[in-house]
Design a protein around this ligand. Structure first.
Ligand code: SF4
Length: 433
C-alpha cells in the first residue's frame, strides 16, 4: 500500500476505490444507509477530506459520498478514520450490491422506507455470498411511482403503504440505463416486507449463477427471457424462510427515533460539490439545534433532519443565516464527476452545468437537469426533464460532442438532438426552455 506501483486495484475496488487517472489519484466512495449520516460522521468525513483529499466532497445521486484525489499510501489511515464512526466503503464499487438509492426525504412513509433501506444495506454490505458478482447490482427503495425511478435499476422496491399491519411493496426488476437503456418489469406485486430479503437474495443468486462476467441483470433477461428467469427464481426462493425487516421495537419506538421523522430541510448543493467548510458548519447546526442527522438527497443536495421533538424555528433560522436556504438559487442539475475526476469521462460536466446556469437563469430553474460525462449515464439523464450525455471527448482536432435528451412521458427521456458541439447544445437548450 506504500508504493502506488504495487497497489492491487482489483482488490481495492470492492472496498470502494477506483483509479481516477494514471497519475495515481484515487476515488473512494462511502456507502450511507438510506443516504443518512450523523453530524459526528460528517465531521470525520470533513477531517479525512481535508487531511488526505481535496477539501471538496462529491455527493452522488445514490446518496453516497466520494473523496477524490486520494493517494494510495493514505488509504489505511482513511479507512481507519472512517471505521471509527461506523462508515463503510465495502461494496461501493465492483461486483457487489451497491449503495441502495432511497427516497429518504420523499413523501409519507419515509420512516418505513428508511428502515427497509437500512435493513437491506446491513444484510448485503460485506456479505460474501453477495460479492464477486458479474458486475454491479443496484437496488432502489422508492416511495411511490414518481419520476420513473422504478424503471432503471436492477431491483427496485416501491413502497405502497401499510395495510392491516403489513408493509407492502411492488418489486421491479432488470432496468438499467447506460449504453443500452432498458425499462424494468414488474417482478412481483404487493410483496410484504418479510418476503423482500428472500426475494432479493434469490434474484442476486440467479444473477450470479447465470450471467457472464461484465454483464448486468438486464442482459440476462434479454438473453433468457422473463419466463425462464421466473422459473430460475422460483427454484431459488422456493421454501426460503421469511426474514423480518422490522422488529417490534421498530414498530413502536423506532419511527420516533428515525432521522427526518418530521421532515427534512433541503439545502441546494450546486453540481453535488460540497466544500468541507460548509459541511462542518451545517453539521454543527444539526448537532446543536436539530437531532444530529443529515442526509444526501437523490438530487445531490444536503438534507438536515427534523427529527421528533426538534423545534424547526431556531433550526431554520440558523440555516437561513448561512445563506443556504435560498431554494432555487442555483440550477437543479444532477452531475456525475465527468472528465473532472472520472477516467471514463468524456466531457467536463460541472463546467457545462455552470454554463447552463448562466445562460438559462431563472427560466431553467423550474426544470430538472442531469449531465453525464459519458454514455454510462451515472447521473440518470434519462430521468430528468432535460438530460445531457457526453458522447465524444474533445481534442485539438475535434470538438467534444453531446446528446440532448427530453423526458415528456412516463418512461425514460429520449434523445432529441444528437452529436451537438457545446455551442450547438447551449443554443438548443436556450431555444427549448
Ligand atoms: S457517467 Fe461516465 S463519466 Fe460520469 S461517472 Fe459514470 S462512468 Fe464516469
Amino acid at each position: 500500500m506504500n508504493d502506488s506501483a504495487t497497489i492491487d486495484y482489483r482488490t481495492l475496488k470492492i472496498n470502494g476505490v477506483y483509479q481516477q487517472n494514471n497519475a495515481g489519484d484515487l476515488m473512494l466512495r462511502v456507502k450511507l444507509p438510506a443516504g443518512v449520516l450523523s453530524a459526528v460522521q460528517a465531521e470525520v468525513v470533513c477531517d479525512v477530506s481535508e487531511a488526505f483529499s481535496t477539501g471538496m466532497l462529491h455527493l452522488t445521486c445514490r446518496g453516497s459520498l466520494e473523496f477524490h484525489g486520494l493517494r494510495g499510501e493514505s488509504l489505511p489511515q482513511v479507512f481507519r478514520r472512517l471505521n471509527t464512526v461506523g462508515l463503510t466503503t465495502r461494496g461501493a464499487c465492483g461486483g457487489a450490491v451497491r449503495s441502495i438509492a432511497c427516497a429518504t426525504a420523499e413523501g409519507v412513509g419515509s420512516a418505513r422506507i428508511q428502515m427497509l433501506a437500512r435493513r437491506l444495506h446491513n444484510h448485503f454490505t460485506g456479505n460474501p455470498y453477495f460479492e464477486g458478482l458479474p458486475k454491479k447490482f443496484k437496488l432502489g427503495v422508492e416511495n411511490g411511482y414518481q419520476g420513473a425511478r422504478h424503471l432503471f435499476q436492477d431491483l427496485v422496491m416501491v413502497y405502497l403503504g401499510r395495510e392491516e399491519g403489513r408493509d407492502l411493496c411492488d418489486v421491479w426488476a432488470a432496468g438499467g440505463l447506460g449504453h443500452q437503456p432498458q425499462e424494468g418489469f414488474l417482478l412481483a406485486g404487493r410483496v410484504p416486507f418479510e418476503r423482500l430479503i428472500p426475494l432479493v437474495e434469490g434474484v442476486v443468486k440467479v444473477y450470479r449463477q447465470h450471467t457472464p462476467a461484465g454483464k448486468r441483470l438486464k442482459h440476462l433477461l434479454a438473453e433468457i427471457g422473463e419466463i425462464e428467469f421466473r422459473a430460475l427464481l422460483a427454484r431459488e426462493t422456493s421454501g426460503a424462510p421469511v426474514c423480518p425487516v422490522a422488529s417490534p421495537f421498530d414498530d413502536s419506538l423506532g419511527e420516533a427515533l428515525t432521522p427526518g421523522a418530521c421532515g427534512w430541510i433541503e439545502l441546494p448543493v450546486f453540481a453535488g460539490q460540497l466544500p468541507t467548510a460548509d459541511l462542518r458548519r451545517i453539521a454543527a447546526i444539526a448537532r446543536e439545534l436539530g437531532d444530529g442527522f443529515l442526509a444526501i438527497s437523490r438530487e445531490q443536495n444536503l438534507l438536515v433532519s427534523l427529527g421528533a421533538g426538534v423545534d424547526p424555528v431556531p433550526l431554520n433560522h440558523a440555516l437561513d443565516a448561512t445563506g443556504w436556504l435560498k431554494q432555487g438559487k442555483v440550477l437543479q442539475c444532477r452531475v456525475c464527476p465527468g472528465s473532472h475526476a472520472c477516467h471514463k469521462g468524456l466531457v467536463p460536466t460541472r463546467d457545462i452545468a455552470r454554463q447552463l446556469d448562466e445562460i438559462l437563469g431563472d427560466s431553467g430553474r423550474g426544470l430538472s437537469w442531469a449531465i453525464s460525462g459519458c454514455p454510462n449515464s451515472c447521473s440518470q439523464p434519462q430521468l430528468a426533464d432535460f438530460g445531457i450525455i457526453g458522447v465524444r471527448k474533445g481534442s485539438e482536432a475535434k470538438e467534444a460532442l453531446y446528446d440532448l435528451y427530453r423526458r415528456e412521458s412516463d418512461g425514460f427521456g429520449k434523445p432529441i438532438r444528437e452529436k451537438l458541439t457545446l455551442g450547438e447544445l447551449l443554443q438548443a437548450v436556450s431555444s427549448l426552455v
